[in-house]
Design a protein around this ligand. Structure first.
Ligand code: UDP
Length: 404
């Protein structure tokens, strides 16, 4: 029962809240040998891939037979699903008939190629939702929605709903994302892995090597946002808030991100961010490769304050990662961020550039508050956002569905 780093489920006993690992073994006891299939749209980049990478070996460690398949698309398919993504998160999008047809075609092609046999399948997000048309009769299938779908563009949601309503259940990250559906709906918070390279403790040599690599000085407080270059993450708003705060409090800003392989808009947004940063030498724009886990970990550890100024967010993994590193987070008051950040206790939620700048300044002027909020953030993340809790939630749900 180990992965390439010799991490076993028991390695988490010292980290997870007491009793969590025993609960996982207990829940898995009569699920041994059951086959579980996960399908999503990218192996690398973004929160879904991040979680699956760690959950799949854990299920296998517990004696379930778990496998992960990835849908293969065309540029038009990814453009379509990106538009779906934006429309489902409430943005106006023009989606042509050709695009809907491409979605249907790519889903059909993939379900002919990908083996779908499993006792239970979890289909993640809209991209492969159409797989349901080939669901084996006796299997149970869940649609796992990772995005903020509380105010979807109706036409797109109605299209997707025609697939989603055929599932045995849907899982959302927050109660407010639940929809009018005739199938059961479940709530599961996402999670982070405290032993992954993204989140494990780092030595000072490891941290310094990252700082040297990107030429980041530490003679001033550092404000950090880690995010794909996506408009919903509001990188331009981050730069504006930093500029306002910097009039009074000297600091650096690091915007670290990359783009997921299923996100064609990333490069365009990065260029806009470059323009907004202009010639400010205290802004570091880091275009990271998808496997920059230690780099992100190190940046989160050296940051004074971490921002996640999203204007739409499902559940911000970056928020949980920052909290786990004992940092106060200033986040946009949207989606999962309002559940993740306990206002004034573990960080602050904000509704504007000015509000964000104000909170940056407050924290930079009160270093003891930074430390206190950071400590509480870490304990809150331990109880609520670790992968061991996520694993138990899945096991309980799988058990419930397979024993029906
Ligand atoms: N991430 C990354 N490289 C990047 C940007 C983000 O590895 O350039 C990671 C980040 O640390 C987090 C995940 O990708 O683990 C992003 O998840 P989140 O829920 O915050 O946002 P999403 O990208 O899924 O919208």
């Amino acid at each position: 029962m180990s992965n390439k780093n010799n991490i076993t489920l028991d390695s988490y006993r010292e980290i997870a809240p007491k009793g969590t690992i025993d609960l996982a073994y207990c829940l898995a006891e009569h699920l041994k040998g059951k086959s579980i299939l996960h399908v999503n749209s990218t192996k690398l980049g973004g929160g879904v891939a991040e979680m699956l990478l760690r959950l799949i070996p854990m299920f296998n460690d517990l004696g379930l037979k778990s496998r992960w398949e990835v849908i293969a698309g065309t540029p038009l398919f990814y453009q379509t699903t990106k538009s779906f993504h934006n429309a489902l998160q409430g943005q106006a999008q023009a989606i042509s008939k050709e695009m809907y047809d491409e979605y249907i075609k790519v889903n059909q092609q993939n379900i002919e190629k990908i083996p779908l046999e499993a006792d239970l399948a979890v289909i993640h997000d809209p991209q492969p939702a159409g797989f349901i048309l080939k669901k084996p009769k006796l299997a149970k299938w869940l649609w796992r929605c990772h995005i903020d779908i509380s105010r979807p563009q109706r036409k797109v949601w109605n299209f997707l709903k025609s697939y989603v309503s055929k599932y045995d259940g849907a899982i959302f990250s927050l109660p407010s994302f639940a929809q009018k559906l005739d199938i059961p709906q479940f709530l599961i918070y996402p999670s982070i892995d405290p032993l992954s390279d993204k989140n494990r403790e780092l030595s000072s040599e490891e941290i310094n090597s990252v700082l040297n690599k990107y030429g980041i000085p530490q003679d001033k407080p550092i404000i950090l946002q880690v995010s794909r270059f996506d408009r919903f993450k509001d990188p331009i708003g981050v730069i504006e808030a930093y500029k306002l705060a910097k009039k009074y409090n000297d600091c650096y800003l690091i915007l670290a991100g990359g783009s997921a392989t299923d996100d064609p808009e990333g490069l365009q947004v990065l260029n806009e961010v470059r323009q907004a940063a202009d010639t400010d030498k205290d802004i570091f724009l880091l275009d990271l490769p998808p496997d920059a886990n230690i780099e992100i970990n190190a940046l989160q550890r050296i940051a004074t304050i971490i921002l996640q100024k999203s204007t739409k967010e499902g559940f911000g993994l970056t928020v949980a990662e920052a909290m786990w590193k004992g940092k106060p987070v200033i986040g946009g008051a949207v989606g999962g961020i309002v559940v993740q950040i306990i206002y004034g206790q573990t960080g602050f939620t904000v509704n504007s550039v000015e509000g964000c700048a104000n909170r940056i300044r407050f924290l930079l002027n009160n270093t003891e508050v930074v430390t206190e909020l950071g400590k509480r953030a870490k304990e809150y993340a331990r109880r609520n956002f670790l992968i061991t809790r996520h694993l138990c939630d899945y096991l309980a749900l799988i058990d419930y569905l397979l024993s029906k």
